[in-house]
Ligand binder design. Structure first.
Ligand code: ADP
Length: 478
């Protein structure tokens, strides 16, 4: 294996997953290995990660990392032979409900993870492995490129991937010394951001190259108003910034083999998908109507996901004979809004709560449509899962949603390229219009099946994206 890369992140499916970042880390390293890249993953030693990956072998220790006491670098392997490094530092990582759980240690917790990433990148894992480059994912490990920049000796190249610019990790600058950053790091040309110390900005400033998870999002975040205040820096670094779409883990997300489903199916056996719709209706207390247009949603309930738009037009959707199967948790106002809607519309609006991997799969397999009305969406995975499962996506044309769904215009339908429905304005009426168009086409059984089949034939596997990452790594080290 020629190229050695350390990927550092706070999430990785199946050990710990909060959103799409977990899916990416669960699939990209294997796809890279398939291309001959020796990709290894550094994760925080959360209980779930330590339990999932076994005790591992201790290769390095730090007596007091970032003031959080002793930290050990453990090496472990998963069943497929992928190597993981776990930062086992009980004071920071044990007993948490999830990696991002708030608390006074939060900045030092992730500074420790970033420090360990930079240390392995510079000095190796202590067991003879020396990476050629570091690939840091999102703000939690944003300080890693900064630590590399301030370390003595030749700088190890780094790639910083933005999965979501909305999360930046901004903290009190008085913490700078405790975070083991030199005074010069807190500067306009450094980690300073409007009077705070920003982990993400540190990564964006100090990393050798930057990437984000779709070409459209890469453009949007450089445009005025599109970069959460970081658009100037991103435009300045525009020549180093690439957009690479996320992919689908075809083994995990495959309706022909999915163990979570009532009935497995593929494009050639689409009619048997109906069993999954009936089962989903039963699971969520929806009326068992095969002809009702069943709209699915699997999402964090976060204002950026635009689900307030759906809430605003939900009564109309139900009045037109539609049903909703929603799985999500997060924002308490949105949760309460959908709970109220479910109470108002028994048998028409069903809701699953909390994190439920199996139900997520069953929604993609049973719903006729999947709504992703995001105000912003760096890539989005649920529309890709929907396509693969023959649920037709209804998306707002932003970020990766714009890059992956072809609107069912008459021309695209004639050409056989349509895969879903898009809308532009982040307004309830625009979503409502798209839903109306979808419902009209749903009534045309043959056209609908053709739309489903075109969606299912789309190839959003990881291979193409992994090739682009491998090419970027090569640029980094050349
Ligand atoms: P984001 O990363 O912004 O949350 P993505 O669309 O990129 O959005 O990824 C979301 C991932 O999280 C998908 O794998 C989706 O199926 C999953 N997901 C979201 N909410 C839930 C939930 N409540 N239960 C199970 N999976 C969920």
């Amino acid at each position: 294996m020629s190229l050695r890369v350390l990927l550092a992140a706070p999430e990785c499916f199946p050990y710990v997953k909060v959103g799409g970042l977990g899916d990416v880390l669960g699939a990209l390293p294997q796809a890279l290995r398939g291309l001959g890249v020796d990709a290894r993953v550094l994760l925080p030693g959360l209980d779930a990660v330590l339990n999932g990956l076994g005790p591992g072998t201790c290769l390095r220790t730090w007596p007091d990392l970032l003031g959080g006491g002793e930290a050990r670098l453990l090496r472990a392997q998963d069943g497929a032979g992928l190597t993981f490094y776990l930062l086992d530092q009980p004071a920071f990582f044990r007993g948490l409900t999830g990696p991002y759980e708030d608390g006074p240690d939060l900045p030092r917790r992730f500074a420790a993870l970033a420090w360990a990433a930079a240390a392995v990148a510079r000095e190796g894992d202590g067991g003879g492995w020396h990476p050629d480059a570091l690939h840091a994912h999102d703000w939690t490990v944003g300080l890693a490129p900064a630590y590399l920049a301030f370390a003595p000796g030749p700088r190890v190249p780094s790639l910083m991937t933005i999965h979501n610019l909305a999360f930046q990790g901004r903290f009190d600058p008085a913490l700078r010394a405790e975070l083991w950053l030199p005074p010069e790091a807190y500067a306009l040309e450094g980690a300073e951001f409007h009077g705070t110390l920003s982990f993400l900005k540190a990564g964006l400033h100090y990393a050798t190259r930057l990437s984000t998870v779709s070409p459209t999002y890469a453009r949007e975040i450089q445009a005025p108003g599109g970069g959460f205040g970081l658009e100037g820096l991103l435009a300045w670094r525009g020549h180093d910034l690439t957009g690479i779409l996320n992919g689908v883990d075809r083994a995990l997300w495959n309706p022909a083999t999915d163990p979570h489903l009532a009935t497995r199916y593929e494009a050639s056996s689409l009619p048997s998908r109906a069993t999954n719709k009936t089962a989903l209706q039963a699971e969520l207390g929806l009326a068992p109507e095969p002809g009702a247009t069943l709209l699915g949603v699997v999402s964090r309930l976060d204002p950026h996901k635009g689900l307030d738009l759906l809430l605003a037009c939900l009564d109309g959707w139900v009045a037109s004979g539609g049903q909703l199967a929603l799985l999500g948790s997060g924002d308490s106002g949105l949760e309460a809004g959908f709970r109220d809607a479910a109470a108002r519309h028994p048998g028409r609006v069903g809701m699953g709560q909390g994190y439920n991997e199996g139900l997520a799969h069953r929604i993609f397999a049973g719903a006729d449509l999947v709504a992703v009305p995001s105000r912003m969406e760096p890539c989005g995975l649920t529309q890709l899962y929907a396509l693969r499962y023959g649920a037709v996506p209804v998306v707002r044309r932003t970020g990766g949603l714009a890059d992956t769904v072809v609107d069912a215009t008459p021309e695209a339908l004639d050409a056989g390229t349509a895969t879903g429905f898009g809308f532009d304005a982040p307004e309830p009426w625009a979503l409502e219009q798209a839903l109306c168009r979808a419902q009209a086409l749903f009534a045309d059984v043959e056209s609908w099946a053709a739309l489903q089949r075109t969606g299912m034939a789309q190839d959003f596997g990881w291979e193409a994206s992994a090739k682009q990452y491998a090419a970027l790594y090569r640029k980094l080290i050349s």
